[in-house]
Ligand binder design. Structure first.
Ligand SMILES: [Zn+2]
Length: 334
């Protein structure tokens, strides 16, 4: 077996290859859970738009009487048809995937240890954690709740004051049901994957190293390259943006930090070096550069990224490249 891999290659393994595998699993589970519901809900918007124009002439017409009642009754039954089985199917699919996701995370962690040490590490047996099982068990209720809300909004009483916009709100609630499924699958799968990795770390007496996505949000970027304290937890409340830091937050187990977070934790042996030229240093540099460049998530405000870049400038020991980038971002020139 060749010697240990370079930090760049290790980062690539976790952030690209393993992350892609986890994402593919997530996609597969989401597709089975959704079974076309999201597309059907989206199509209903077009459908009811045509029906509304046919019935009332224009979208600004208020809509009333038997025509409105009929249109809404038809729409409610279409929503029901599109949503048939969704709450239960989503929960069953996610619950059924937790074992595979935990196993995948365990395999990834063993593969990482093998490549980082240059010595073969077998994958130990892992079990699905009770926390992930418990969370998945709420999914039926959360999806059903959105669908009930849609049903309540799509009644003549609810729509009479708001017209077409009221109809959109009702269909929007149904579409959110599909969004809840997508997000819960992402969260559940990523959590199980990281759970598997944490169990492998335990097995080998390792700590955990946080590997953020290369384009992480300002909060996750603050964790990249961070190693758990003895006791196995990361500090809570970190962020590169001073405004979203939380002082005295409780420690956290690891990623995911928030919905749609695809950060990973990998085992890190306590006697491994963390100084310059190592993977943790590589990850910290990568995160600094990304924050300096103002890169971030579509969900983040530009202001948050600008504040993060500004906060960076106050740090000592930045490379000239990071400093230049951060100055440009802080000044709003990116
Ligand atoms: Zn993250």
């Amino acid at each position: 077996m060749a010697g240990p891999d370079t930090p760049r290659r290790l980062a690539d393994l976790v952030q690209v290859r393993q992350a892609d595998e986890a994402r593919m699993l997530e996609e597969r589970v989401a597709e089975t859970a959704d079974a076309g519901a999201a597309v059907k809900f989206a199509a209903l918007v077009k459908d009811v738009l045509t029906a509304w124009i046919n019935a009332f002439g224009s979208l600004t017409a208020p809509g009333a009487g038997a025509k409105l009642a009929g249109l809404l009754a038809d729409l409610r039954s279409k929503v029901e048809l599109a949503a048939r089985g969704l709450p239960g199917r989503a929960q069953r699919t996610l619950s059924g995937a937790l074992e595979e996701a935990t196993g995948l995370g365990a395999r990834h962690a063993a593969q990482f240890l093998t490549r980082a040490s240059g010595r073969q590490h077998e994958t130990p047996d892992v079990t699905v954690s009770r926390g992930t099982v418990r969370e998945a068990a709420f999914l039926t209720g959360r999806v059903a709740e959105q669908l009930q809300m849609s049903n309540r909004l799509l009644t003549p009483r609810a729509v009479s004051g708001s017209g077409w916009r009221g109809v959109l709100a009702g269909v929007g609630a149904a579409r959110r049901a599909a969004g809840v499924v997508r997000q819960a699958v992402g969260w559940g799968v990523q959590r199980a994957v990281n759970d598997g990795a944490a169990q492998v770390a335990d097995h080998y007496g390792a700590l955990l190293l946080w590997v953020a996505e290369p384009t992480a949000c300002v909060r996750c970027a603050a964790y990249s390259g961070h190693i758990t304290a003895p006791g196995g937890k990361f500090p809570g409340g970190l962020s590169m943006d001073p405004n979203s830091r939380v002082g005295r937050a409780s420690p956290i187990e690891g990623p995911p930090l928030h919905p749609n977070c695809r950060c990973r934790a990998v085992p890190w042996l306590p006697d491994w070096d963390t100084g310059p030229g190592t993977l943790p240093a590589f990850l910290r540099d990568q995160a600094l550069l990304a924050v300096a460049a103002g890169e971030g998530r579509p969900s983040e405000s530009r202001a948050a990224r600008r504040r993060a870049a500004q906060a960076l400038l106050a740090q000592r020991g930045l490379s000239a490249r990071v400093r230049r980038q951060a100055a440009a971002t802080a000044a709003g020139r990116t």
